[in-house]
Design a protein around this ligand. Structure first.
Ligand code: AP5
Length: 193
């Protein structure tokens, strides 16, 4: 299985990615988590990424693309992967297409998890209280939602045209959303076979 998980900040990508990846025995790869780990270590990549993340902006494509290309060349990705939060721009879509083409592979499905803006902000403000994530502030959350709407939301149409997109309602208990995603994937795979 080669899967993408898309959705606005707070939709539940990270929460759902782990369970889905486990179910299919593939690694869940979150670009946000990789950046945060690098920020924590203050690696050169982390120092570059931090200024963008703290402002709610996307890390430049060339930096993100190189990081993902490296990660997807790891042996554990040979039989599949779930990408959480990548691609987010047109250039990243092109880069992922090129990586897949070089490996003579293709995506199986793209899952878009949706929730209304009020719920997204509510979740992120709750997480701010619980975890203090640096980019979960009022102003930065607003910016992250704007950047998502401008840069990433339009990408769903591309994957819909390719017949890969499954849109899932992200409202409700975590396990219910997980079941919706799994059902959507089953429906996609039987439609494709
Ligand atoms: P990233 O960490 O991916 O942040 P994000 O996209 O803003 O998404 P979040 O992690 O906030 O939300 P999520 O959808 O994963 O939801 P989650 O499961 O966490 O990226 C951070 C930054 O890194 C970006 O802003 C950018 O700077 C950079 N970056 C990353 N990828 C990049 C790329 N490709 N290109 C360039 N830059 C990139 O859930 C959120 C909260 O809601 C949690 O507290 C959770 O417990 C709760 N929750 C989840 N599901 C439910 C539910 N069903 N009901 C109630 N609460 C729920």
């Amino acid at each position: 299985m080669r899967l993408l998980l898309m959705g606005p900040p707070g939709a539940g990508k990270g929460t759902q990615a782990v369970a889905i990846a486990e179910r299919f025995g593939i690694p869940a790869i979150s670009t946000g988590d990789i950046f945060r780990a690098n920020v924590a270590q203050q690696s050169p990549l982390g120092r570059t990424a931090q200024q963008y993340m703290d402002a709610g902006e996307y890390v430049p494509d060339e930096v993100t693309n190189a990081m993902v290309a490296g990660r997807l060349s790891d042996p554990d990705c040979a039989d599949g992967f779930l990408l959480d939060g990548y691609p987010r721009t047109l250039q990243q879509v092109d880069e992922l297409d090129a990586i897949l083409e070089r490996g003579d592979t293709a995506l199986d499905a793209v899952v878009l998890v949706e929730a209304d803006p009020g719920e997204l902000v509510r979740r992120l403000m709750l997480r701010a209280e619980a975890q203090g994530r640096v980019d979960d502030t009022d102003e930065v959350i607003r910016r992250r939602l704007e950047v998502y709407a401008a840069e990433t939301a339009p990408l769903a149409a591309q994957y819909a045209e390719r017949g890969l997109l499954a849109t899932v309602d992200g409202l409700g208990p975590v396990d219910v959303v997980a079941e919706r995603i799994l059902s959507a994937l089953v429906a996609k795979s039987s439609a494709g076979s």
